[in-house]
Design a protein around this ligand. Structure first.
Ligand SMILES: Nc1ncnc2c1ncn2[C@@H]1O[C@H](COP(=O)(O)OP(=O)(O)OP(=O)(O)O)[C@@H](O)[C@H]1O
Ligand SMILES: [Mg+2]
Length: 251
């Protein structure tokens, strides 16, 4: 058996007196697509942000692609490990957060230009091929403000993929979009999922997407994974009343 690609053990996270994550454990294999869902405030974003150390775990261990980092004080070695984990994880947020003063192409090339050792030509070719993958090759020279929300989010996905991440973290990537723009972003995510080359953790309430591509769904409730299973198990199998109530509300 291969080692899991992402392993979260006994993850706790508090903000002052507020304990948001109360012991999250999960092992995710390479190429899995895990959909995370649950009520507002249940800790979904905090969970994602702990995986790439945008939030420091209070207790617990995060392992990504063989690098294992425990909660603890920042030593130099630990900072280096965190940098490696961040390089391994791409993240896409609800608000696309593109750099407004850069063209679409420059947005996608920004991180690899700064960090990767690839040549300028290789970085540009890769960026253009990613823009083609998300259907936006013709917008390379455009500025973000001139794009629709759906187009901006697809650029944000291309930008995250530009660092060749092994893991992609998506935090409600379609919830800020008008309904008619959601499908174009989901379709890009669906292709990425069907590729099985990237491990994906997706916080979303798009249950059609979950049913189609999730290898597993995790229901977050009050800071723990209360229930998890395949989409079939979640949608059709026996479930806890909390999960049932939530699924009924979002579908
Ligand atoms: N930086 C922070 N400082 C203090 N409290 C925070 C911080 N980040 C999150 N919280 C609190 O932690 C709890 C969980 O937040 P989190 O954003 O993880 O929830 P969520 O499940 O992603 O919710 P939503 O569906 O609304 O995005 C909330 O009560 C929130 O107010
Ligand atoms: Mg959130």
């Amino acid at each position: 058996m291969a080692e899991p690609h992402v392993r979260v053990s006994n993850l706790h996270k508090s903000f002052g007196a507020l304990e948001v994550l109360k012991g999250v454990d999960i092992e995710i294999n390479a190429g899995e697509v895990v959909v995370v869902f649950g009520r507002s405030g249940s800790g979904k974003s905090t969970f994602l942000r702990c995986i790439n150390f945008l939030e420091e775990p209070t207790v617990g261990t995060i392992e990504v692609a063989g690098i294992s980092i425990g909660a603890g004080s920042p030593t130099r070695h630990r900072r280096k490990q965190i940098q490696s984990v961040r390089k391994t994880c791409g993240m896409v947020f609800q608000q696309f957060n593109l750099f407004p003063h850069m063209s679409v192409l420059d947005n996608v090339m920004e991180a690899p230009r700064r960090i990767s050792s690839d040549s300028a030509t290789a970085v540009k070719d890769h960026a253009m091929s990613l823009l083609a993958d998300v259907g936006l090759a013709d917008k390379a020279a455009e500025y973000p403000i001139r794009l629709s929300g759906g187009q901006q989010q697809r650029v944000a996905i291309a930008r995250a993929l530009a660092m060749k991440p092994q893991v992609m973290l998506f935090d409600e990537p379609t919830s800020a979009l008008d309904p008619e723009l959601i499908h174009e972003v989901l379709s890009v995510m669906r292709s990425l999922a069907n590729d099985h080359s990237t491990t994906m953790i997706v916080v979303t309430h798009e249950m059609g997407f979950a049913r189609e591509v999730a290898s597993r769904m995790c229901f977050f409730h009050e800071g723990v994974i209360l229930e998890q299973g395949t989409p079939e198990q979640m949608f059709d199998g026996s479930r806890l009343p909390e999960t049932q109530r939530f699924l009924n509300a979002v579908m």
